[in-house]
Ligand binder design. Sequence first.
Ligand SMILES: [Fe+2]
Length: 233
Amino acid sequence: MSDELSPSDRAHGSSFVAHPSDPLFVEQLRLGPLWNFVYLVGSRAAGEAIVIDPGAEVEPVLERAAALGLRAVAVVATHFHTDHTAGLEALVRRTGAEVLIHHEDEAGLRRHYGGPLRAVADEERLRLGDHAVALWHAPGHTPGSQWVVADGAVFTGDALMVGCVGRTGSEPEAAERMWWTMSDRLPRLPAATLLYPGHDYGPEPVSTVERERERNPALRAGSLQEFCALLTG
Ligand SMILES: [Fe+2]
């Protein structure tokens, strides 16, 4: 079942498989002064959830998980920035959940997080009940930014937000890598895929891949040069 989540499979036209008897559900919590989105992605049948990008305020996340009867089994950081990871230590202490970060962001995370973690590579998969959850490397905002892809939804962190792309990192190749993310990764997702960003910076808190293709200026670029011009323009 997990094969339907592979970026390479996506190029061959396969699509997400729905699980009507136990659909994954998403809780979107807007927390902190930067309007970060923290996500609980859960399987009620399994009683398990993945936490995506815990900010500094862990208590509301734990309270919501408890209210839903869910145990946090994994925490995925879309990237190392502190507004998305400040709560990791407390969350791990309280839940024992495994922390997953892309290996290119491990050093960045280690500047402010000393707890256990698993550094992952592109296309790492985890299971959530009967569901497969895939982690796609999506660099540009940071070297190890990653997207969480599951059951018709993508959690894009700060790489792609509603109506805009995130700022590129300071490394020289950051813009080129961001372009690769938008021109290689994004097209692999079906148009109807729900897009959940890392911050509430857009006109709506949730979008779709199709909607962003229509209105997101940075996604109109046809080449790296055009993309860089849009970023700086
Ligand atoms: Fe960020």
